[in-house]
Write a protein that binds this ligand. Structure first.
Ligand code: MGD
Ligand code: SF4
Length: 683
C-alpha cells in the first residue's frame, strides 16, 4: 500500500512542507505539499531528496557503550542505568547540555526541562550560538526581540528588497522565489556580497565588496538618505528614540559615497543608486543571513540594518521588515523552547524572579530548579571542559556534532577528549561520537510526531511516517525515560508529543493560544498567538516594539576594519558559505546519492588573476594555510569571487574550521575571526 504523509523538510529554516511517500514501511520518495503557504508546491534539490538518508544502513540502531577503545551494542535499560548513575556523581556546575536545532520543539523542551529541573543547571545551549547570536543580541537592542519581523509570503510584496550576506537562492531557495515574485511585480532587488553568487545573478543592482564592509555601506546609504530628505520623519518621531545620535554619526565625512567607495570597492554611483532606491521605496525589506551575522562585528552589522529600516519607516507593514533568515529547520524553535543559558521558554530571562517561581510551580520538582543566574554558553562550556581544573566534567549532546562544527576545532577537540563522561544522541555515528562514552540511537524527523518552528516563527507539524530503525527512539522519549528512572515520573508524564506541546503552551508565552490540533492544519501558526481565536502574527511591531516604552532604539555603529588584514605572508582574505547540494557537515546529504553525485569534495574558489600570481590552474591541488592551521584541496579558478578573496564552502569534516579561530571579543557572544590565508600548489 502507498501512503503519503505530510511533514516538514529537515533541512533549512524555510520549513517547506513535504509529503513522504511510504510503501511497505519504507519511504520511497518525497513530493512537495501544494497546500503549504511557505513553499506552494515547490521544493529545492535537498528537499526533493530529503528521504534518501532515512533508511541508510549506517543509521545508529542500538545504544552503544565504550569499553576501552571499542563500542559495544547494548540495551536501553543498561544504558539508562549507566547515565543516571554517572549524572548523579557530578554537581550541577560540572554538567553541560547541548540541545539541537534539528530536533523537534518537544525534544528540545523536554531536554531543557531535564537540564534545569533534574540536573539543576543553566549550562544549556545549541548551535544558534554560532549562526544568529548576533541577530538575537543586535535586534533585541533595537526592537526588544531578536527574530524575523515579517513572513515569507510577505517578502514577495516588497517593492525594494535589499539582501546582504545571504545567498538566498542557494541556501533558502524557496524564499528566493519571493524575490522573483516581487521583481515580477516591478520591485527592485539590491544584493551585496563579496561573491557573484547565484543570488547575484538575479540582482538589479549588485554591490560586490570585501567581506566586513557592511557597516560602512549601510552608514553611507543612511547618510545619503538623510542628505536627500528621504528619511521617514513621522515614523522616526512617533516610533523611535536616539535618532539624533544616528544622524550625527552617518553624516560624518568618512561615510560619504566617495570615502566608502575607497574603503569597500563599491562604486560611488552604485552606493548613491542603492540609497535612492531604498529611500524612495514604499515597502522595502532587508534579508540577511550568515554573511552578516557569522563574523566579527556581526552585532554591529545587525544594528546597522535595524537603523536603516527604522530610518525609512520600513517596519511593521506588509512588504517591509528586517528578515533574518534562520538556518536550520528548528533553530527558531530550539531558541523559543529556552535551550539557551540565559532564557526560559518564550525568552523570559532566567534572572526574572517572578517567572522563575512560576515555572518552578508549574513543573513541581520536589527540590529547587536551576538557580536564577545564566549558565555557560557552548563556547564557554568547551573552554571550561578543556581547562586543567576541568570545571565541566560531563556533557550530554543531543543532535549536535561540535567536533566538526565548532568554529575553533582545536579548542573543542581538546575539551571533548578531557571530559570524564560524554553522552551523544544522534542518528548517525558522527566524529563527535568517536569520543563519547555512550552513544544513543535517535529517531529522525520522519520517525516521530511533534512540531517545528521555521524562520518566520511558523509552528508546523512533523508527522511520523515510518518506524525508527531497531531500538532507535525519539529524543523526547529517551530523556523522559531517563528522568523517570531518576525518580521524576510526575514531572515527565508524557506519552505523546501532544502532551508536551500542551505544557509548552502554558509556559511559552508566544505559543499560549496554540493547540496541537491548530498547528496541525496546513498553514501552521506564526507566533505570537495569544488566544484560541488568534490566527497568529505574520508581521511584528505594527504598532509598538517590544521595549517597555514601545519605541524602537537607534543604535549608531562605527565601521571598524576587520581584525586580520592581508599581508605578504597571508595575502588572501578567506570567506565561506554553503552550497545548494549539501547540508552542514554532510551527515545526511552525503548519504543521498543524487546530492553526492553533484558534489562530494571540498574546494576553494580563486580569482583568475590571483591564480596566475600563485601559479595555480583550475583543478590543481593546493595547500591553504592560515595562522591557525592548513589543509589541501582542489582549486576552482572562477571570476565569481572578488580579486584578493578566496571562497571555501563550509562543508564536510570541518575542513574550514581547521583554518579558523574564535574571537574573544564581546560580552557573552563568540564570533568568527575574519582570517587571511596563503595558497601554494601541492607538489
Ligand atoms: P552562506 O552560503 O553562508 O549561507 O545561509 P546563508 O548565510 O545565505 O551565505 C553567506 C553569504 O555571505 C555568502 O554568499 C558569502 O559570500 C557572503 N559574505 C561573506 N562575507 C560577507 C560580508 O562581510 N558581508 C556580506 N554582505 N556578505 C558576506 C545560511 C543558512 O543556510 C544557515 S545559518 C543554515 S544553518 C542552513 N545551512 C545550509 C546548508 O548547510 N546548506 C544549504 N544548501 N543550505 C543551507 N541553508 C541554511
Ligand atoms: Fe528544504 Fe529549505 Fe529546500 Fe525548502 S528550501 S526544500 S526547507 S532545504
Amino acid at each position: 500500500m502507498i501512503n503519503q504523509v505530510p511533514t516538514i523538510c529537515p533541512y533549512c529554516g524555510t520549513g517547506c512542507s513535504v509529503h513522504l511517500i511510504v510503501q511497505d514501511g519504507k519511504i520511497t520518495g518525497t513530493t512537495p505539499n501544494i497546500r503549504s503557504p511557505v513553499n506552494e508546491g515547490k521544493l529545492c534539490p535537498k528537499g526533493t531528496y530529503c528521504h534518501q538518508f532515512i533508511h541508510s544502513p549506517d543509521r545508529l540502531k542500538k545504544p552503544l557503550i565504550r569499553k576501552g577503545d571499542v563500542f559495544v551494542e547494548t540495551d536501553w535499560e543498561t544504558v539508562y542505568h549507566l547515565i543516571a548513575q554517572k549524572l548523579t556523581t557530578y554537581s550541577a556546575d560540572e554538567i553541560g547540555v547541548l540541545a539541537s536545532a534539528r530536533c523537534s520543539n518537544e525534544d528540545n523542551y523536554v531536554l531543557m526541562k531535564f537540564a534545569r529541573g533534574v540536573l539543576k543547571t543553566n549550562n544549556l545551549d545549541h548551535c544558534a550560538r554560532f549562526c544568529h547570536e548576533a541577530t538575537m543580541t543586535g535586534l533585541t537592542l533595537s526592537f526588544g526581540r531578536g527574530v524575523m519581523t515579517n513572513s515569507i509570503p510577505d517578502i514577495g510584496r516588497s517593492d525594494c528588497i535589499f539582501c546582504l550576506g545571504s545567498n538566498t537562492f542557494e541556501q533558502h531557495p524557496l524564499i528566493g522565489r519571493q524575490i522573483v515574485r516581487a521583481q515580477a511585480a516591478g520591485g527592485r532587488f539590491i544584493y551585496a556580497d563579496p561573491r557573484y553568487t547565484p543570488t547575484a545573478i538575479q540582482a538589479d543592482l549588485f554591490l560586490q565588496f570585501y567581506s566586513g564592509s557592511d557597516v560602512a555601506v549601510l552608514n553611507c546609504i543612511m547618510g545619503e538618505i538623510i542628505r536627500n530628505g528621504l528619511e521617514d520623519k513621522d515614523f522616526i518621531r512617533s516610533r523611535t528614540r536616539e535618532y539624533e545620535s544616528l544622524k550625527k554619526l552617518v553624516l560624518q565625512n568618512r561615510y560619504t559615497p566617495q570615502e566608502v567607495s575607497i574603503l569597500t570597492g563599491v562604486s560611488k554611483t552604485d552606493l548613491i543608486r542603492a540609497a535612492e532606491w531604498i529611500g524612495s521605496a514604499d515597502r522595502c525589506t532587508v534579508l540577511y543571513a550568515m554573511g552578516l551575522s557569522h563574523l566579527s562585528g556581526g552585532v554591529h552589522n545587525v544594528r546597522a540594518i535595524a537603523n536603516l529600516m527604522m530610518l525609512t519607516g520600513n517596519i511593521g507593514r506588509p512588504g517591509t521588515g528586517v528578515n533574518a533568515l534562520r538556518g536550520q529547520n528548528n533553530v527558531q524553535g530550539a531558541c523559543d523552547m529556552g535551550c539557551l543559558p540565559d532564557f526560559f521558554p518564550g525568552y523570559k530571562p532566567v534572572t526574572d524572579g517572578n517567572f522563575h517561581q512560576k515555572i518552578a510551580r508549574t513543573w513541581k520538582f520536589p527540590e529547587n530548579i536551576a538557580p536564577a543566574r545564566p549558565g555557560l554558553d557552548m563556547n564557554r562550556m568547551f573552554q571550561k571542559a578543556g581547562e586543567s581544573s576541568n570545571r565541566i566534567k560531563a556533557m550530554i549532546l543531543v543532535g549536535e556534532n561540535p567536533l566538526v562544527t565548532e568554529p575553533d576545532r582545536h579548542i573543542v577537540e581538546h575539551a571533548i577528549k578531557n571530559l570524564k563522561f560524554l553522552v551523544v544522541s544522534d542518528i548517525f555515528f558522527t566524529k563527535t561520537c568517536e569520543y563519547a562514552h555512550v552513544v544513543l540511537p535517535a529517531a529522525c524527523y520522519a520517525e516521530k510526531d511533534g512540531t517545528v518552528t521555521n524562520t518566520e516563527r511558523r509552528v508546523q507539524r512533523l508527522r511520523k511516517a515510518v518506524e525508527a530503525p531497531v531500538l532507535a527512539k525519539p529524543d523526547w522519549q529517551i530523556i523522559t525515560e531517563i528522568a523517570c528512572l531518576m525518580g521524576y515520573e510526575k514531572q515527565f508524564p508524557y506519552q505523546h508529543p501532544s502532551d508536551i506541546f500542551r505544557e509548552i503552551t502554558t509556559v511559552c508565552e508566544p505559543y499560549q493560544g496554540m493547540t496541537f490540533e491548530r498547528v496541525s492544519l496546513p498553514d501552521g501558526i506564526c507566533w505570537p498567538c495569544v488566544s484560541a481565536d488568534d490566527p497568529g502574527t505574520a508581521i511584528l511591531y505594527s504598532d509598538r516594539f517590544y521595549h517597555p516604552d514601545g519605541k524602537g532604539v537607534f543604535c549608531p555603529v562605527e565601521w571598524k576594519a576587520p581584525a586580520e588584514l592581508p599581508d605578504s605572508r597571508y595575502p588572501f582574505r578567506l570567506t565561506s558559505g554553503r552550497v545548494i547540494w549539501h547540508w552542514h557537515t554532510g551527515t545526511m546529504t552525503r548519504r543521498s546519492k543524487n546530492l553526492t553525485d553533484e558534489l562530494n569534495e571540498v574546494y576553494i574558489e580563486v580569482h583568475p588573476s590571483d591564480a596566475e600570481k600563485v601559479r595555480i590552474s583550475d583543478g590543481d591541488m593546493i595547500q591553504v594555510r592560515s595562522r591557525k592551521g592548513e589543509l589541501s584541496c582542489r582549486a576552482r579558478v572562477v571570476s565569481d569571487i572578488k580579486e584578493g578573496m578566496i571562497f571555501m564552502p563550509s562543508l564536510f569534516d570541518a575542513a574550514l574550521n581547521r583554518l579558523m579561530g574564535l574571537s574573544e571579543s564581546g560580552p557573552g557572544f563568540s564570533e568568527y575571526k575574519p582570517i587571511c590565508v596563503s595558497l601554494e600548489p601541492v607538489g
